[in-house]
Design a protein around this ligand. Sequence first.
Ligand code: SF4
Length: 468
Amino acid sequence: MSTSASLFDKVWKAHTVRELPDGQAQLFIGLHLIHEVTSPQAFAMLKEMDLPVRFPERTFATVDHIIPTYSQVRPLADGLAEGMLVALERNCRSNGIPLFDPASGHQGVVHVIGPELGLTQPGMTIACGDSHTSTHGAFGAIAFGIGTSQVRDVLATQCLAMAKPRVRRIEVTGRLGGGVYAKDVILHIIRKLGVKGGVGYAYEYAGEVIEAMTMEERLTVCNMSIEGGARVGYINPDDTTIEYLRGREYAPAGDVFERASSWWRSIASDADASYDDVVAVAGADVSPTVTWGIHPGQAIGVAEAIPRLTSVPDEDRPGYAEALEFMGLRQGEPLAGTRIDVAFIGSCTNGRISDLREAARVAQKGHVAPGVRTFVVPGSQAVARQAEEEGLDEVFKAAGFDWREPGCSMCLAMNPDKLVGRELCASSSNRNFKGRQGSPTGRTMLMSPAMVAAAAIRGEVTDVREVL
Ligand code: SF4
């Protein structure tokens, strides 16, 4: 009998405490990341049950969703946000949990700081009360979002009851063309497989295109797994992973790092591992991709025309018609040239230093178009420091962009950064659902940060390859 296995199987097995009578596994969680929005009720429930946090040393907190990006001076201007931060500080202090608040110098979006601090490591199980926890899978971890009651369960026991998903390997072959980014790859995959295509699956991303990616690009790909229905998305650890982790604050050091590296390599999927499904995607088929609709699967190449209702399967037509009406777009017309009102560069999908570098490269080719509001929001204080050291903030400011403090910002607008009315936003975030960016009628088009910068300076959806 073959003993070969996928990374998913190896990590799942290593963290299974026991099989439960209902067929689920009791899974040990190696790292629990918390933030101000989904943790207060969980801590309150723990207090009611008079339970301590079981492994405070495996729990780390940051503040990201509600934090304003124009000024983080305390007390925060929004009393509700200040109250949530105070509650998080109190809960962390009384339970011995490290909190990366603005004063720490390490604050940022939870899925940005985990990797940059070296907390996220291969072979781990990672949970967080945010859907985009799949981001951390870029390191070869099994990482997934959980709800508030599960945050309580992990705080109390460091375990979760989980049903084991199937594993689909997605091989992205060949090479990407110029002006095509990791964001385009994942939007293309979701377009191809659908927003529900990954339900019940963990996605293993592989192939030459994925292997050639930097860690930051891999984080972008894994981040949006959940938008394709897969709660978990991961990439096998390799030299790129190990070199990224070397020297990070919470990564092992010295001999321990070398020993850990050997183990990390050993948990990669075996060459002859079997999968429940395998899908191939040609890198050459991926072009700069933009969403035209109200979910991330409603996406097309920027040079393509908006789909005609007659070209989609019958069952998809009502959803397409609803999306066209909400977005105010016409079937069969080009997407390029659609006027935008707002440009947002940031989020846990695309708020890292390499994202800002690419966006700045485009921004310096022009000036923000009249009437376009802009937000450039670093994913973390470390990203902001690095960008300022490289002068990227000055590049953005000179081009008329608004340079902000780190946070989730317009990704979900649980803070003052919001769309107004029917504004249309070119956004580097991960969700284009109705109302996601703060206005019930506000419209979102997802694209790469370079594409957002191009849209900002032209005032309309633009093929970034024309600008670069
Ligand atoms: S940037 Fe968006 S998806 Fe990421 S953690 Fe914040 S709200 Fe969640």
